[in-house]
Design a protein around this ligand. Structure first.
Ligand code: FES
Length: 145
């Protein structure tokens, strides 16, 4: 078993050697994000465990990372609030009050950057899959009936 000290030494050596140490968050890849029938127009839902926020507006479906661009708190966990007022808040105990609109744009810091949008697909039965790590333009939508 690797001790904490041994782990820190290995990570420190990797950083010193110029290696990229991945940030905390959900691993890249497909995430089951429920079904189209479960999300109404005008909503943003938390996909707990997937590191994803799923949204639907007049244009269709879209998905965003749920990791705050300030220090990476997961907006699907404690302190992350998706309000009915169209505001997503990164609150205590993890977050520091950053606010985003339902498109992931920053309304108030300390976060300075918007939430990234991920590619999503919808199967014939309405099942939604989000490809975490596959970034798309924030204006992209998947049209649903
Ligand atoms: S991590 Fe979200 S505001 Fe600091």
């Amino acid at each position: 078993m690797t001790t904490r000290r041994e782990f820190l030494v290995v990570v420190g050596a990797a950083v010193s050697a110029g290696a990229v140490v991945p940030a905390c968050g959900a691993p890249d890849g497909p995430v089951d994000a429920g079904n189209v029938a479960d999300i109404a127009e005008g909503q943003v839902m938390k996909v707990v465990g997937g590191g994803v926020l799923l949204g639907r507006d007049a244009g269709g479906l879209y998905a965003m990372t749920s990791f705050c661009t300030h220090l990476g708190c997961d907006l699907t966990e404690s302190g992350g609030v998706v309000g009915e007022d169209g505001v997503i808040t990164c609150g205590a105990p993890c977050g520091h009050g950053s606010r985003y609109d339902f498109d992931g744009n920053v309304l108030g810091g300390p976060a300075a950057n918007p939430l990234k949008h991920w590619l999503l697909t919808v199967a014939d039965d309405g099942a939604i899959t989000v490809e975490v790590g596959s970034e798309v333009d924030a204006a992209e939508r998947v049209i649903v009936a």
